[in-house]
Design a protein around this ligand. Structure first.
Ligand SMILES: Cc1cc2nc3c(=O)[nH]c(=O)nc-3n(C[C@H](O)[C@H](O)[C@H](O)COP(=O)(O)OP(=O)(O)OC[C@H]3O[C@@H](n4cnc5c(N)ncnc54)[C@H](O)[C@@H]3O)c2cc1C
Length: 325
C-alpha cells in the first residue's frame, strides 16, 4: 500500500504546510505499513524535490512543466491524475491552498475517489481512515470514515506536527512526462500588489490588527511592530471592511487559515469566525483593553491594556533585544 502526498510550492520553493502533511503521512505509514511517496507539480521545481526525501518520502514524483508555472485548474488536474494513475496509492494527502481547494473536486470526480476536505485528525482504521474535520467555524468537529479504494484528503493547516528533517534521508526522484493537448485556458498575469512583505500563510510570526487599531495611524504602529519582529501583518474582517487593509490579509473562516509559531492579536475581540483561522497558532498573545474579550479564552498570554500604549513599548523592547543579541 502507498500513501501519496502532494507537496505545495510557491515560486519553486516547497511550502512548510507540505512538510507538515508529509510528517503526518509518515506517522500513518507506521500504523498502516504503507510506503510514503510525494509529488511535486510546477515549473522549475525539480531541484526542490530532494527536500521531500528529508521528511520521509521514499520516492518523489515530479511533473515539471511550463504550463504548471502558475495555478490554473486543468493542467494541475491532468498532472495530479497522471501521477496518481502511475503510483496507484490508497491514500492521497494534500495541504490546503487556494489552488488545491480549487482542483480537488475535479480530481476526485475524475478518479472516482472519496474526497474529504479540511481534515484535522486522521487515523488509519486497518480498512481505511477515520478523520475529524471542523464544523461551524471550528465550534464543533465531525467524524467521517472511508474505506474506499482511493481516498483523497486535504489537511487543515497547523493540525499536524512537523517532524525535524533528516538530510541523510534521500528519496528516489521520478520524473513524469505529462502533456496537456486539450488545454482550453492559458494563464496571462497575476493582478496582485507586490508588497515585498512576508507572506501571511508562510510566516512564523503574525501580528493581527483588529478594529481596535481604529485608523491608518494605528495600523502603522502594527506595521512597525511587524517590521521589527520580522513578522507578517494580518487582520480581522472588520479591518478589511473598513478599507484599511486588502482582503488578502484577512484571517479567519472566510479568510486565510494560518498556523504560525507566534500570533499577536492587537485590538482583536476573538470572534469565532476569526479564531477559526488562527486557533492552531502555537503561541497566542492577545492585547486588548477589555479584560472580558473572548480572545483571552484561547490566549496563552494576555495583556489587558490600550494597544496604543502597549505596542510602542513592545517595539522598543524588541529593538533593545535585537541590539543586545
Ligand atoms: C459569515 C461571516 C464570516 C466572517 N468571517 C470572518 C473572518 O474570516 N475573519 C474575521 O476576522 N472575521 C470574520 N467575520 C466577522 C466576525 O464575526 C467579527 O465581526 C470580526 O472578527 C471582529 O473583528 P475585530 O475583532 O477586529 O472587531 P471587534 O469585534 O469590534 O473587536 C475589537 C476589539 O478591539 C478592542 N479594542 C478597542 N480599542 C482598543 C485599544 N485601544 N487597545 C486594545 N484593544 C482595543 C475591543 O475591546 C474589542 O475587543 C465573519 C462574520 C460572518 C457573519
Amino acid at each position: 500500500m502507498k500513501i501519496l502526498v502532494f507537496a505545495d510550492q510557491k515560486k519553486g520553493k516547497v511550502k512548510k504546510s507540505s512538510f507538515e502533511v508529509l510528517s503526518e503521512a509518515v506517522k500513518l505509514s507506521t500504523e498502516s505499513g504503507a510506503e510514503v511517496h510525494a509529488a511535486l507539480l510546477g515549473s522549475g521545481v525539480k531541484e526542490q524535490a530532494g527536500v521531500l526525501g528529508h521528511y520521509g518520502a521514499k520516492t518523489v514524483h515530479v511533473v515539471d512543466r511550463p504550463e504548471l508555472a502558475t495555478y490554473i485548474n486543468t493542467p494541475f488536474v491532468t498532472a495530479a491524475k497522471a501521477v496518481i494513475d502511475a503510483v496507484k496509492p490508497r491514500l492521497v494527502l494534500f495541504p490546503t491552498s487556494e489552488g488545491i481547494k480549487d482542483y480537488i473536486p475535479a480530481l476526485v470526480q475524475k478518479l472516482d475517489g472519496a474526497g474529504i476536505t479540511d481534515c484535522c485528525k486522521i487515523r488509519w482504521t486497518g480498512n481505511g481512515v477515520e478523520i475529524e474535520r471542523p464544523l461551524m467555524a471550528a465550534k464543533a468537529r465531525s467524524t467521517m470514515e472511508s474505506s474506499h479504494s482511493l481516498i483523497l484528503l486535504t489537511c487543515r493547516a497547523g493540525s499536524f506536527e512537523t517532524k525535524e528533517p533528516n538530510p541523510s534521508l534521500k528519496a528516489e526522484i521520478v520524473e513524469h512526462s505529462v502533456s496537456f493537448p486539450d488545454l482550453k485556458q492559458i494563464f496571462k498575469e497575476v493582478l496582485a500588489a507586490n508588497t515585498g512583505k512576508i507572506s501571511l500563510d508562510e510566516a512564523d510570526v503574525v501580528i493581527a490588527a483588529g478594529r481596535g487599531v481604529r485608523d491608518a495611524e494605528g495600523l502603522k504602529l502594527l506595521e512597525e511592530l511587524a517590521d521589527v519582529m520580522g513578522a507578517a501583518l494580518g487582520s480581522t474582517r472588520a479591518v478589511v471592511e473598513s478599507g484599511l487593509v486588502p482582503a488578502t490579509l484577512q484571517i479567519g473562516q472566510t479568510g486565510k487559515v494560518i498556523n504560525p509559531t507566534l500570533y499577536i492579536g492587537c485590538g482583536v475581540s476573538g470572534a469565532v469566525q476569526h479564531t477559526a483561522g488562527m486557533g492552531n497558532s502555537k503561541v497566542i498573545v492577545a492585547i486588548n483593553k477589555d479584560s472580558e474579550a473572548p480572545i483571552f479564552n484561547i490566549a496563552d498570554y494576555g495583556l489587558v491594556g490600550d494597544l496604543f500604549k502597549v505596542v510602542p513599548l513592545l517595539i522598543e523592547a524588541v529593538k533593545e533585544l535585537k541590539k543586545n543579541a
